[in-house]
Design a protein around this ligand. Sequence first.
Ligand code: ADP
Ligand code: ASP
Ligand code: MG
Length: 422
Amino acid sequence: MPETVVMKFGGTSVASAEDIQRAARRIVAAREGGQQVVAVLSARGKTTDDLVAAAFEISARPLEREMDMLLSTGERISCALCAMAIHDMGHSAISLTGSQAGIVTDSSHTKARILDVRGDRIRAALTDDRIVLVAGFQGVSTQSHDVTTLGRGGSDTTAVAVAAALGAGVCEIYTDVAGVFSADPRLVPNARKLKLVSFDEMLEMSSSGAGVLQLRAVEYARNYNVRIHCRSSFDDAPGTLVLGEDETMERPMVTAITHAHEARVTLAGLRDEPGVAGRVFGALADANVNVDMIIQNEPVSADQRADLSFTVASDDLRSATEVLAPLGVGERTETDPHVGKVSIVGAGMRSHPGVAAQVFRTFGDHEINIEMISTSPIKISCVIAAERVPDAVRALHEAFELGAEAVLEEDPSGVHRPRVAS
Ligand code: ADP
Ligand code: ASP
Ligand code: MG
């Protein structure tokens, strides 16, 4: 049996006709190298953004079911065009929608979860010696029989789920950067390409804003032990392998600095009694709003009223405020639609107590005010003013000596061991 490879191409990698031809050539080269190939494609360039904008031009509140019908068209276009290109290169190819490819999801429109991949049709096409193109970012709910989409960046998850279902050796994610970097290379020009990242670190990175891999794709890869190779679609250089921790030899203290933009909600003047937080977060969960950071202190004021703050994705702010209003749990609700979040991630932090202090000192030195803090064993996140995010990311990247040149100067072996001030 030939080995199966899943190759996913992101939006920039299929934007122009030339880009589609380039992706097709790469797919064909893998097939000619003896592999069975399933390619998962994203919508071309900014197509998904344009479709979202088109919906809001028509309606202030587009129906979610119809939104999914609309958004799922973008990836279908890419797949049909790429199948045509592959045919012209002398190979047989078939494009499939998510539903045709057997991607079964729950019915939560615009952020559906994959429940199952019924890969029979893909397998049959591969057996017929065809290259299979699967439209990313979409599936079908067996409950409602409706088309669903998987949330922004969801083609990564399609690719990993297909790789898991087919037992593919690797899931290759071709994108517009050379791999996973120590910070977003658009913000930090000297960011370092990471050779290996563990699933746990990548989960923390994706959940704190490293959009290069969608969070659910990394969760899925960890659960099914699918290796991800994230690399450039514009050259052949190896990129970053994301794999189990026992396989990563490198254990740096700090791996990366990530950033994100979110919205904050503060419920002021809450009654300090059991059950209030349960009602607040229960209502948010029922509305499918993901809550990120949560801060609440025991009240110190005489009237025993507490303030509760949390952050949500900017897109979810409206739903959050709508479901909270009728609960009437606080004296008032304040929102800030634009806050920044900067995080530092590294598996080695577990055993290095100085990291938090150095993060806070660095912010202090740069006069950056920290508004909220949360930690996990391998991550520290701080909410700060949105406009200070670029400064904060660069300052931390430098303070922890994550830049490419720091590695070369300090350790020619390439193993990165940044210092922590004690
Ligand atoms: P695609 O369309 O190929 O899925 P995305 O735009 O979703 O591409 O993801 C690639 C982008 O992720 C890069 O252009 C880069 O700006 C951004 N990015 C953010 N953080 C990182 C990081 N740590 N390493 C690499 N890229 C990152
Ligand atoms: N086209 C979708 C998006 O822009 C899915 C993806 O590219 O992964 O979010
Ligand atoms: Mg993406």
